[in-house]
Write a new protein. Sequence first.
Lengths: 398, 354
Amino acid sequence: MSKGVAITGMGIISAIGNNVEENYNSLISGNKGISRISKIDTVHENAIMVGEIAFTNQELEEQAGIPPDNNYSRTALLGLVAAKEAIKDANILDMAAYKTGLISATSVGGMDMTEKYYYDYLESDAHRKYIEGHHAGDSTQKIAEELGIEESLVTTISTACSSAANAIMYGARLIKSGKLDRVVVGGADCLSKFTINGFKTLMILSDTYNTPFDDNRKGLNLGEAAAFLVLESDALVAKENKKVLAYVKGYGNANDAYHQTASSENGDGATLAMEKALKVANLNPENIDYINAHGTATGNNDLSEGRAIIRVFKDAVPDFSSTKPYTGHTLAAAGGIEAVFSILALQNNVIFPNLNFTTPMKEFAIRPQVKLKEKKLNTVLSNSLGFGGNCSTVIFSK
Amino acid sequence: MKKVFINGCGVISAQKTFDNKEFLKEVITYNDRVMPVVNPVYKDFISGGAARRMALGVKMGVVASNLAMKDAQLESVDAIITGTGMGCLIDSEKFLSKLIDNNEEFLTPTSFIQSTHNTVGGQIALGIQCKGYNFTYVHSGVSFESALLDAQLQLSSGEEENILVGGVDENAPHTLEIHKLIKFIKEENTDTSSLLQSNTSGAIFGEGAGFFTLSTKEQESSYAEVVAVETLNTLSKENLEKKATSFLEENGSSIMDVDVIVLGNNGDVDFDGYYNVLSESIFADTQQVYYKHLSGEYNTASSFGFWLGAKILKTESIPEVVKLNQKQTSTLKTILLYNQYRGENHSFTLLKQC
């Protein structure tokens, strides 16, 4: 039986830490990264809570080692910081030595700069350098350049909140097919007025800490983050005697084909995604030790996802939790940061708690894991569900 | 490895391409900086209410995919893979300008919902009730080719049988305005019939949708075989010849086998040099074809080039209007496509007669 695709490095920046170690420490100490917003001037500042990264753009530039005269969006800055950590972790010194690609994911792209200079662009040329930075592929192109990935497969996926999970999935398939020897996969999204107001109009932003799978859940907290993994072929791992953090064992993407934004009541898409991933992994539901749920704490998501989990796992639902109370919902990056969390869970044999949970949902009997739990873990399943009915599952194993 | 065939096409562009029975019979020339699309009658395909709610890109995508499925006589597909460089610009601009103009008050969710990059893929899935794999690639000039490569991988490995693949981009006023300011769009109205002689910077922008049903099964309607596709984030002019040659060799072909090369020239004096590297060297004696004087430039314009290549192979004919040079072509069996945008995001696609 195939072990899956090897993961040899990871990097992350989120509201609970600027690198993997800081994120892990926050996860096991129950430190939330949710606060009032400080870096975006919005009329909703007292009505919402967010998972904001403490660094200013200037501090991120310094951290990423790029000159001040640049046209990076915050998305690109966050992405670069996380991608550099992943490359370092994988101990890649010569990028050109093997066929290396980059698959990133974003939904916001350079919207933070576009919304800042939207009318200014028309009046003066002071900030026009950011115009080219708007499109979703720009941050990926910049990260590839900084990492030294040249003349190679570099692309971007944008399927709303499942984007980074899909980037991992596609990267794994490219390794399996032999198209690439090595691939950096993940995603990045910064906070923006555009998404804050978009989710506000949908009336799914909580005015307090988000509470996934709680009967009284009031909606999500938006967050910003970036995370990347390095995937390598078995041949390369053997040749270079690489340490392997974990494996991408299975994956599946399916569409709810139900509504442009809402998930179907019975979670058809999520059910299909989990079933496909189990099939690719050649595993049965009982082989899954922990589910890192999408669990955004919106009324619709948690009901639909919970029902899908019950459909797949029947009366033997494994321990599950959502880590959104720590980081907020980081949109296109969510599948990436939760991949890092899933790997950390596997490495440390620990299940991170679903914070803020008090009241079980009326619709079903399953309850998230609410306390930090030590348990031997061999496989973790991670869900990411998005607009456009886009549902993705990735399974990680030791 | 299974072979991958193009079994159906649906193309909406600045030319009347939505009628699959025709092949550039009448050509429209423009003298402008931006070209619009020739619209089919959308309500023949989508109910009036739904059509009114959809921005142009979504409408084009839904109808083009519908045409591609009809062309291949398919009722459903296993997966939908979309490429869009700029995404749903019309709704993004609508939401953002309202947000700024009204200081974050009085906003409604519709345009936000429809601004998401995977709106087209999601709407197609909703329309045909396709619960399969649904990806959207958003990487500038290789958005369409990224989708194509993904589909080719899944088909050749036998994972899926029929996949709908497409590229779609729409224009929106603010984006056009600022791209004029940074001179990505030509400063002067330019006659499309002499686009490559313009000798000016920038391109004539366009928009459109090109969707294709790819299948592992050859059938009566098949246009061509998709042999290979490769994308490269960077490529220098110095390495271009070598890369084109190695791409062909890795896929069992050679320069001599190429009967037609389809080039993405857009008349931008700063970047057409890439195409000249190939047209003046290894492919100097090959029949050369171009199309952006017909389609305009947009991130997924290469889906028009893909359609052109497929159509040339199926009809075994080359319309005069797309010829860059005049060469005797005894056979039309192998076509190489090359595209790049502003010196980045290069792609090679190899098509063969089936």
